[in-house]
Design a protein. Sequence first.
Length: 190
Amino acid sequence: MKTKKNAGAVFTALFAALISVAYFFRIPLPGLVPIVLQDALALLSGLLLGPVYGGAAVAVFLLLGIMGLPVFSGSSGLHVITKGYTGGFLIGYLLGAVTAGLVLYLFLNPSKNHKALKQWLIIISASLLGSTVLFTCGTIEFMRIANCGIGKAMAACVIPFIPCHLIKTAINVILTKNLRPVIKNYLYEA
């Protein structure tokens, strides 16, 4: 039992570090929100580690940024979450990771054998639902900070990111399908 908890802590720290270091990979766009890898890694943490450890990894990343370490795309600190245009996306990382992990936890029990098609469909659904939560949080907060309507927010925060995010989602789905069976041996009881 202790080994499973230790593995959970190790994977949590590893994914917190991966999300944090992905800060260096960003593509600025003409608007206020850049293309980043952190969103994909946050969702992947939930998909691979589940709602508890995956959510904890994102929470550690957020705490590092709130403390001022340069891990957020742009600047760091609490003000980025409470007053920044991307603050809702940062909260969305956490809620999206927990949502994606929870869907897999509930519908793709690691102790059962599921048909391959069912696994693919559940993983795709979890990824898309986690992404929807992430973008919803980000768009709502952008609307509040920018004092704009849904149309402007969608044009600034969602529509330009759909093609790239679909590619990141496809990669997450493939990684989850292939890595989750390995990671489950370290985190879950058989």
